[in-house]
Ligand binder design. Structure first.
Ligand code: GL7
Length: 839
């Protein structure tokens, strides 16, 4: 809270500064002031959005005060800084999170009320920055929160997409994509820094020359130059002064290009160049995995990486540090291969622009970079055709050839005469029409390589990166993902937060392992009773929301059985559907059958070009239409598709869930992070031994986790021994009936062809072993249904899940990165009082 910038005692009571003070009256006055001077409105004509903006600026002022002190301290103390390079960030709405982190939620609530307004209504006005697809982008945002909270100097670098991930609407049961115009009403959280713009080159050719000292040098003569303008967003830490920077780059046309074209009298050409340049950061590619190999995507990657590295070198030289110490001052983390071109770009900057010799430049580069892999799906491994790459980045192609040649010389020495090894390790894939393997570039240019869950890291070592592991085992480590408890518990579940804090204090918010103190309370009937009341109230909230937004009535006493994540066949939403149809068939066979009432809740977007994923969405809504209206079902089953799953909407869902569906084919989900958010809010998990599920199960206890399905090893073995899905269909009557009902057109107004691609795919290929895991899943779900009948035991299990979830805080993950990979230390930020600074 605001103790740290307390007033000057000598001068006695002062009037608080309007931009830094925390008292309710000061806050109220500041909101009114901002409405007038920033929005240019008076109360009679102000909209809720105007008031949201006035409040956002009020909060921003308080953050700016800390931000400036942070930047100042980092400059003065010459600290080592973490640079997180990520093509995606999903920070979610900033306002509520900043209120939590500053510790001024109650004061602001009252100040807003004193202005005749409702804080929840204002919070709902914020448009979230959807600058990512899913888990990978959200992980980057959780890590930024933990870095600030742990007082680690850090900059997050990325792209300021004008259109983020599309908004999803459901029409006639199908997904429809709507462009996300998130900047339309302005963004109070960013500050443009046009004075720090940098130029980025594209295309053209290279030429060699000899410098004054007779050294051979290369210069790159580009075909085009694009200007990168940084937009900075402050990232506050929880109850600390540290406020780090998220720096996102926007592409613009450089002025010089206008002039050139103008001088030739080509007005249209000049404007055209401007449009082409600005297209670069126009839109986020909406595919999670695999990424799409489009030229514009490579342009985006190179653009933001070049801007960021130029920026780092500028900061470094401003501090008057010699270039040789660059890696002592910056730790650069590659969030997947999307920014891996940074390795070649840093080499280019050091060798061509700063004239450092290759060997020294290479040492600096390897020491600075580290690489996180986020996926095992072979089709998601990024490669670029030499043709495209060379056309866009001719100098980088030469540099990559040079890196590769030196690397393969090393390999040759180690594996004398083994040409297979050379081909396997090479940065160039000589088959499939010559492509650059970005994961190989990332491995060779980094001193550390990590996976995001224990199983995932093991599979990297024995699978896609096995040759690199054999070469450099010491580079590899695991860093299991984590999520921030500030957003995913404190902000989104105030009821649960208060119940926990009333019983064990507040230390758990920064030390999540302290939740362990809840374990004994799992045996305390009155605590369990309160826990159940909290859950029930949160479930009622979601029921009300669904009633209002969809006109659907759901029963808060039913099991809320939730699967919320991107749509992908490996995540197996269709396995979930087969369970629903199986239950439906049971009711149809025996209308009197006893069944624990369930509400199946789905949320998630499908990549616009992913036909099967979109068909699975249609299947869910189609089954929902039939089941929800069927009088025989008598409310034992309800199906809800919550449209537009994003950070904002997810925040209503996690707290209300009873059962978390984590049912990917073992070996396919690198980690998952939704699994952690559900558990933290007291949902039990039904899941496979995949990604972080394995570690969650270890932490909460096998007896408190619903496990089913094949292991990763069994999946691999079954696939190797010519898997025949049809055999499962032939031998399992319930499975056959479920698939037949879908095929029959029962859910598609008699159109038997609609879901044929899905059913045929399962019967003849089933690459994700849905049919092989079907019976195990059904049996496990039956035991879930049974267990829910005993509310006392269920609640005890839920409490134990929360008590033992501490490991999955992103604070733990960030501490591991700091110790093992980045070698950075916390820097405490003291607040210099602004009123004094002014004088
Ligand atoms: C992902 C993985 O699929 C997911 O399992 C992981 O939790 C996340 C963060 O590490 O990264 N990889 C990926 O490409 N996307 C992910 O969500 C889009």
């Amino acid at each position: 809270s605001g103790q740290s910038d307390s007033m000057d005692v000598q001068t006695g009571p002062q009037i608080e500064d309007d931009r830094t003070g925390f008292s309710i009256e000061t806050l109220r006055r500041a909101i009114a002031d901002n409405l007038y001077y920033i929005q240019g409105k008076f109360p009679e004509i102000a909209t809720q959005y105007d008031y949201y903006m006035a409040l956002a600026y009020t909060v921003r002022d308080r953050i700016l005060h800390r931000w400036i002190n942070t930047v100042k301290t980092y400059r003065e103390q010459d600290v080592k800084v973490v640079c997180y390079l990520s093509a995606e960030y999903l920070p979610g709405p900033h306002l509520g999170n900043n209120l939590v982190n500053l510790g001024i939620y109650p004061q602001v609530e009252q100040a807003v009320r004193a202005s005749g307004l409702d804080l929840n209504a204002l919070l709902a006005e914020e448009e979230e920055p959807g600058l990512g697809n899913g888990g990978l982008g959200r992980l980057a945002a959780c890590y930024m929160d933990s870095l600030a909270t742990l007082e680690i100097p850090a900059i997050g670098y990325g792209i300021r997409y004008e259109y983020g991930i599309f908004d999803q609407e459901i029409r006639d049961g199908w997904q429809v994509e709507i462009t996300d115009k998130w900047l339309r009403l302005g963004n109070p959280w960013e500050i443009p820094r046009p004075e720090n713009a940098v130029d980025v080159k594209f295309g053209g050719y290279t030429e060699s020359y000899t410098d004054d000292q007779g050294h051979y040098r290369v210069r790159w003569v580009p075909h085009q130059v694009v200007k990168g303008v940084p937009y900075d967003t402050p990232i506050s830490g929880y109850r600390v002064n540290t406020t780090n920077t998220l720096r996102l780059w926007k592409a613009e046309a450089p002025e010089s290009f206008d002039f050139q074209a103008f001088n030739l009298g080509d007005y249209y050409g000049a404007v055209d160049t401007k449009i082409t340049s600005e297209n670069l950061t126009k839109v986020l590619y909406p595919n999670d995995e695999p990424i799409q190999g489009k030229q514009l995507r490579l342009e985006q990657q190179y653009f933001f990486v070049s801007c960021s590295l130029q920026n780092l070198l500028k900061i470094h030289l401003l501090r008057e540090d010699p270039l040789e110490t660059f890696a002592d001052k910056f730790a650069i983390q590659l969030n997947d291969t999307h920014p891996a071109i940074g390795i070649a770009e840093l080499m280019r900057l050091l060798v061509d622009e700063y004239l450092i010799n290759w060997e020294i430049a290479w040492d600096i580069t390897q020491e600075a970079f580290a690489f996180t892999n986020h996926t095992l799906l072979p089709e998601a491994l990024e490669t670029w055709s030499l043709e495209l790459f060379g056309r866009l980045l001719p100098r980088h192609l030469e540099i990559i050839y040079e890196i590769n040649q030196r690397f393969l010389d090393q390999v040759r020495l180690k594996y004398l005469g083994n040409t297979d090894k050379l081909a396997q390790l090479s940065l160039l894939d000589e088959r499939r029409g010559k492509r650059i393997r970005m994961a190989h570039l990332a491995c060779v240019g980094s001193h550390a390589i990590n996976g995001v869950a224990a199983l995932h890291t093991e599979l990297l070592k024995t699978g896609v990166l096995r040759d690199f592991y054999e070469l450099w085992p010491e580079k590899f480590s695991n860093k299991t993902n984590g999520v921030t408890p500030r957003r995913w518990m404190v902000l989104i579940n105030p009821r649960l937060t208060q119940l926990i804090s009333r019983n064990i204090g507040e230390s758990w918010i920064k030390q999540l392992d302290d939740l362990r103190q809840l374990a004994p309370l799992a045996n305390d009937p009155s605590f369990c009773h309160e826990w159940r009341q909290v859950k029930r109230a949160v479930k009622q909230d979601l029921a009300d929301y669904i009633q209002t937004t969809q006109g659907l009535t759901i029963n808060p006493d039913s099991i809320y059985d939730v699967q919320a994540k991107r749509f992908h066949e490996y995540k197996r939403q269709h396995l979930n559907v087969l369970h629903i149809v199986t239950l439906y068939n049971r009711i149809k066979h025996n209308p009197e059958i006893e069944m624990t009432p369930r509400t199946f809740i789905f949320g998630g977007k499908a990549a616009p070009g992913y036909r099967m994923a979109k068909l699975i969405i249609k299947l869910i809504t189609a089954v929902g239409d039939a089941v929800n209206q069927d009088p025989d079902v008598c409310d034992r089953i309800k199906i809800v598709f919550m449209p537009d799953f994003n950070v904002t909407n997810s925040q209503r869902i996690y707290p209300a869930a009873d059962l978390s569906e984590q049912i990917s084919t073992a070996g396919k989900e690198a980690s998952g992070t939704g699994n952690m958010k559900f558990s933290m809010n007291g949902a039990l998990t039904i899941g496979t031994l995949d990604g972080a599920n394995i570690e969650i199960r270890e932490a909460v206890g096998a007896e408190n986790f619903y496990l089913f399905g094949l292991t990763a090893q069994e999946v691999a073995d079954l696939k190797a021994s010519s898997y025949n899905p049809r055999a499962y269909y032939d031998s399992n009557a319930a499975l056959r009936e479920a698939l037949d009902l879908i095929s029959s057109g029962y859910f598609s107004h008699g159109d038997g062809s609609l879901f044929q691609p899905l059913v045929e795919g399962l019967l003849h290929h089933d690459p994700y072993l849905v049919l092989a895991d079907y019976q195990s899943y059904i049996d496990c779900q039956d035991s879930v249904g049974q267990a829910f009948q005993d509310q006392e035991t269920w609640t005890r299990t839920a409490i134990l899940n929360v008590a033992r979830i501490g490991k999955f805080s992103s604070d733990r993950a960030i501490r591991e990165y700091c110790q093992d990979i980045w070698h950075v230390d916390p820097v405490h930020i003291k607040l210099e009082e602004y009123v004094q600074a002014k004088a």
